[in-house]
Design a protein around this ligand. Structure first.
Ligand code: FES
Ligand SMILES: [Fe+2]
Length: 348
């Protein structure tokens, strides 16, 4: 992919929650426990999807019955003669298998003669990883990001921060998570150091293909004490960022997943690992509280914005050397948007 000229970027508009880029991305849509054997509606980039587990198999379809377009999330799961299950539409009872095909239309009685078009539109991908259910509307540009701190065998605690819904755009949320220059100002009440010592280590920012990785050292305040943290952040053209914090004796891993639901709504998942909690319930709860507080500090700025669009035209904002990571991520997004395959209209 490489770098792109300013001229090319000037052609690219900003990114909102309904931009077509999101149709080509793996999104975390729910905590694993939110997807059950009952159908439930989830919104992804302006479109409704229904997710459920049918005979234990995770399935995701556009939330619309091909018959009279009723939402399938209003339907229910029924068992058929051979003991397997179908998703039945609430309106006229058409029954769908896990592959989306309709194999029973009650108003026709017993018939073999069901049109191939009587099928639900499947997501290009549904998967489960790191305590989350993921969905890709169309073929995704990148795989689900790696989260080695969650999957590796090393003793660690795995916890989810409180899931939050906000009007802030998913791209704005990721952009904020990548930015470190706001720590002394926005996070003065949590980990931010004193405003007097705010020069940023510009560190190392690398773009490989569609993925940006930044490594730098930054001070974090922990009560009265300030410690240097080694930070590694990785982001591609998606709503997800991976963060690793290394201290001499502790490693923290965070996967921030920002789901663009609709034009004015995003959902924020923060899945976290930490190596020094030793399974202690109070310490786990304390960690979640701290991270919830940090997100609410960020939202207190982001929710004041009057536009929920992330500009991709570099001339729309004033970047400095300390914004190298933000700029590199915008370039990755702009390149991905410019190279999007021509897609069929959204299926809803
Ligand atoms: S609308 Fe679904 S069966 Fe008629
Ligand atoms: Fe922040």
């Amino acid at each position: 992919m490489g770098t792109h000229s300013g001229g090319r970027q000037a052609l690219v508009g900003g990114l909102t929650n309904t931009s077509s880029l999101w149709q080509h991305v793996w999104h975390p849509v729910a905590l694993s426990e939110e997807v059950t054997d009952e159908p439930r509606q989830f919104w992804v980039a302006g479109g409704p999807w229904v997710l459920l587990r049918l005979d234990g198999q995770l399935v995701g379809f556009v939330d619309r019955c091909p018959h009279r377009l009723a939402p399938m999330s209003a339907g229910r799961v029924v068992e058929v003669e051979d003991g397997t299950s179908r998703l039945a539409c609430a309106y006229h009872g058409w029954r769908y298998r896990a592959d989306g095909r309709c194999d029973a239309i009650p108003a026709l009685g017993k018939t073999e003669n069901i049109s191939k078009r009587a099928a639900l539109a499947s997501a290009a991908g549904v998967d489960e990883a790191y305590g989350l259910v993921w969905l890709a509307p169309n073929a995704p540009l990148q795989p689900i990001p790696a989260f080695p701190e969650w999957t590796e065998a090393a003793p660690t605690d795995r916890v989810a921060a409180t899931v939050v819904r906000t009007p802030v755009g998913a791209a704005q949320l990721v952009d904020n998570f990548l930015d470190a220059a706001h720590f002394p100002f926005v996070h003065a009440d949590s980990f931010g150091v004193d405003e007097g010592d705010t020069a940023l280590d510009s560190g190392d920012v690398r773009t490989e293909g569609q993925v940006v990785t930044a490594t730098f050292t930054t001070p974090y305040r922990d009560g009265g004490e300030v410690h240097e943290h080694r930070v590694t952040k990785t982001a591609g053209p998606s709503g997800t960022v991976h963060l690793r914090l290394d201290l001499p004796s502790v490693t923290v891993g965070i996967l921030l997943g920002c789901l663009p639901e609709r034009a004015d709504s995003s959902r924020v998942f923060k899945m976290m690992t930490r190596t020094d909690l030793v399974g202690d319930a109070d310490r786990r709860e304390g960690f979640v509280k701290e991270e919830d507080q940090i997100l609410s500090e960020d939202l207190s700025i982001l929710e004041r914005y009057t536009s929920m669009e992330l500009p991709l035209d570099v001339r729309a904002e004033l970047h400095t050397r300390s914004d190298r990571l933000s700029l590199a991520w915008r370039q990755v997004l702009a390149a991905a948007v410019a190279d999007l395959p021509p897609t069929a209209p959204a299926p809803w």
